[in-house]
Design a protein around this ligand. Structure first.
Ligand SMILES: Nc1ncnc2c1ncn2[C@@H]1O[C@H](COP(=O)(O)OP(=O)(O)OP(=O)(O)O)[C@@H](O)[C@H]1O
Length: 448
């Protein structure tokens, strides 16, 4: 066969396999179950009170008046972003139809590290929305200059604007002292004052979204009085409401591929976990992904249970990232033993793991804790269900040692821990560590 033939058959085989995946999928329109998809209003279930309230508050925007500021609060996945965005979209359409310039500026505060960055993100978001240059650089100019540019863009382009600050409570900023005003407090003060003082020509109001029911308690007094929002509460969903939400997205799947119990089971799991619609939708989608992966043409309850297990595992890994450095190092040293071992090793002897731990602390030039501390950290890892342990004798007179077995894949555990900043430093020493691990294993099993 010539190179050209081989090339063609490879590309045909890739195409064939890709098409097979599409044709055999249980999904018809998987995008409907994407957490970031903006769904049509006819798929929104319930939340009538919240919709009514927000419509009432935003109506003035269509009458040439300033809407009040709003605070939307409730646990994650209870529809805060969905509902405010749905109403804003309708206001925008009506405003356009009557020739008013209504703008919506959205910023998610989750990853914003400082007040200055938040102001820049507002400039950027406003500039992109109206298609102009931000006009200020990200760094090298004062926050006030950025703020002024933001007001300028708003004044030039809008009669009325809603600024949506999602996850506003996470915009804490760099507080040198715990008594320092959090960044969100300063920002809310500035935005609401600017509007009241006429520093922006149009009407501006802020909708702040948060999971924290005590958010207002953390605002500085002057921020609290100038922001002064209308509250809109989003309570947890119960299992029935979640079932209705999933029911309206059933057509994400092909006809007749869903077993009867899929929607109730996904909803029941999510209802146990504080009634989070995002979680219900994730489980509903992941169950189908598992069915696809296994090449099955129906989604069964077992797939939902598998999806729930995967979600739990992801959560465990997230939890692990919150451990102190010494606990991470202990767990990491233990996890890489089976990962690097040339033998088929399921249970990790504590003696081996502790020596690997000592070696790693040495490379990192960090504190080396005693063997007792290592064992204590590992028993904590056991209560978190990262590992299970067993005591084993090594024959007469050799004493007893502990062995650890990982509940999840030790490779995933090691990778998760390695992505921690300090552990990344040892990536270059991988070969060396691998040989140390194997030397310790050999010593343990073959030594006297
Ligand atoms: N009443 C509802 N009807 C239909 N879908 C809903 C409803 N409530 C929430 N959802 C869906 O659940 C997911 C999460 O909703 P949303 O992002 O609005 O929650 P949130 O309260 O803003 O969460 P967070 O606080 O985590 O940002 C989205 O995919 C959304 O489409």
């Amino acid at each position: 066969m010539s190179d050209g033939d081989e090339q063609q058959s490879l590309s045909q085989s890739i195409k064939g396999r890709l098409q097979e995946g599409v044709q055999n999928s249980v999904f018809k329109d998987k995008g409907l179950l994407d957490p970031d998809t903006v769904i049509d209003e006819d798929r929104i279930v319930g939340r009538d009170q919240q919709l009514d309230d927000i419509i009432t508050y935003l109506r003035p925007a269509l009458q040439g008046n300033r809407p009040p500021n709003m605070l939307l609060y409730g646990p994650s996945g209870t529809g805060k972003s969905l509902i405010i965005n749905a109403v804003c979209q309708q206001v925008q359409e009506l405003a356009n139809a009557q020739g008013d310039r209504f703008g919506v500026i959205r910023v998610n505060c989750q990853t914003i590290k400082s007040h200055d960055r938040a102001v820049y993100r507002l400039v950027e978001s406003a500039a992109i929305g109206v298609g102009v240059d931000p006009g200020v650089p990200e760094s090298g100019v004062s926050t006030d200059q950025k703020l002024n540019r933001f007001y300028e863009i708003l004044s030039e382009n809008f009669d009325s604007v809603i600024i949506i600050l999602d996850e506003v409570d996470l915009l804490v900023g760099r507080q040198r002292d715990p008594n320092d005003e959090p960044a969100y407090s300063k920002l809310l003060y500035q935005l609401s004052r600017a509007s009241q003082l006429g520093r922006i020509e149009g009407d501006v109001s802020v909708a702040a979204l948060t999971n924290d029911p005590r958010f207002m308690e953390n605002l500085d007094g002057r921020a609290e009085s100038s922001f002064n929002p209308q509250d809109i509460v989003f309570p947890d969903y119960d299992a029935n409401q979640l079932q209705a939400i999933l029911g309206r997205r059933r057509d994400a799947y092909r006809d007749n591929v869903l077993e009867d119990g899929i929607i109730p089971l996904s909803s029941a799991y999510a209802a146990q976990d504080h009634g989070d619609a995002r979680k219900a939708i994730d489980l509903f989608r992941k169950a189908g992904e598992i069915a696809d992966r296994q090449g099955e043409d129906r989604v069964r309850e077992e797939h939902v249970r598998g999806a729930q297990k995967e979600a739990e595992r992801d959560r465990t890994l997230t939890q692990m990232q919150g451990l102190s450095t010494q606990k991470k190092l202990s767990l990491y040293a233990t996890a890489i033993v089976p990962v690097y071992s040339q033998r088929n090793l399921n249970a990790v002897p504590s003696t081996v793991a502790y020596r690997v731990y000592q070696y790693i602390t040495d490379i990192l030039d960090t504190d080396e804790k005693s063997r007792d501390s290592y064992l204590r950290y590992m028993s904590e890892a056991e209560t978190y269900n990262f590992v299970t342990s067993d005591k084993r004798g090594r024959g007469y007179g050799s004493g007893v040692h502990k062995e650890y077995t990982f509940v999840d894949d030790p490779e995933v555990v090691a990778e998760t821990l390695q992505s921690d900043i300090r552990l990344e430093e040892i990536e270059n020493d991988e070969d060396l560590i691998r040989s140390v691990v194997n030397a310790q294993i050999d010593d343990f099993f073959d030594g006297k």
